[in-house]
Ligand binder design. Structure first.
Ligand code: GRF
Length: 220
């Protein structure tokens, strides 16, 4: 048996994605361990989740640093001290700086609640609902120096329904986030993700070429 993937997680909020990763680990579906959870927010609900599951955690507050880079470097130091293999951003509400990315090349993932490259940035569930798109979804991608621009690993698609608000659409998307983030981490843990420019090649994956979704669905 290979050794467990050592995950360093960064989150600012409730942490339902972290919970899903924990659940996949505890049920044996993911051969990994969250060795440290870092937050920028002392009020983040995710800290209680970490407590409940015995995950070491620390709050590193941006206000305690003069420069943004110094805050990021403190995060990097904590991750390095713990010897993490993969950094997982899950609702971490700060853009990480190039100094951070340079220390973990190809080893930082993020989840975004839209089908990138559509709707990067914030409040994207609302923006997708307002725009009138027929589908939205979520994306797990490697982090590069842009905002939500890195190579895409996996996406899930959900329909946008008449009358959807940011909240109703967001809840539908979140359910899929909880499925695809653990899967992206599993593929990484099995060393099956190869970054080739903008593309992420998945080793040993057979594509279903007839897959399609149409909304509204065709008659018959
Ligand atoms: C998720 O929608 C994630 O895609 C976005 O922030 C939200 C975090 O939710 N980046 P949670 O804290 O994991 O519940």
């Amino acid at each position: 048996m290979t050794r467990k993937l050592r995950i360093g997680a960064l989150a600012s909020g409730g942490g339902s994605n972290i919970q899903s990763i924990i659940d996949h680990i505890e049920s044996g579906k993911l051969h990994a361990e969250i060795v440290i959870l870092l937050s920028d927010n002392p009020e983040a609900g995710v800290l209680q989740r970490a407590d409940r599951h015995g995950i070491p955690h620390r709050v590193i507050r941006p206000d305690d640093f003069k420069e943004k880079d110094d805050h990021d470097l403190a995060m990097v130091l904590a991750l390095k001290e713990t010897g993490v293999d993969l950094v997982v951003l899950a609702g971490y509400m700060r853009v990480i700086s190039p100094v951070f990315i340079a220390d973990f090349p190809g080893r930082i993932m993020n989840i975004h609640p839209a089908l990138l490259p559509s709707f990067p940035g914030l409040h994207v569930q609302q923006k997708a609902a307002d725009h009138g798109v027929r589908f939205s979804g979520c994306t797990v991608h490697f982090v590069d120096e842009g905002t939500d621009t890195g190579p895409i690993i996996i996406q899930a698609v959900v329909p946008v329904l008449p009358g959807d608000t940011g909240e109703t659409l967001g809840a539908r998307i979140l359910k899929q986030e909880h499925r695809i983030y653990p899967e992206a981490i599993r593929l990484f843990s099995e060393n099956r993700l190869k970054i080739q420019g903008r593309h992420v090649r998945i080793l040993g994956h057979t594509q279903d070429t007839d897959q399609s979704l149409i909304n509204p669905s065709l008659p018959g």
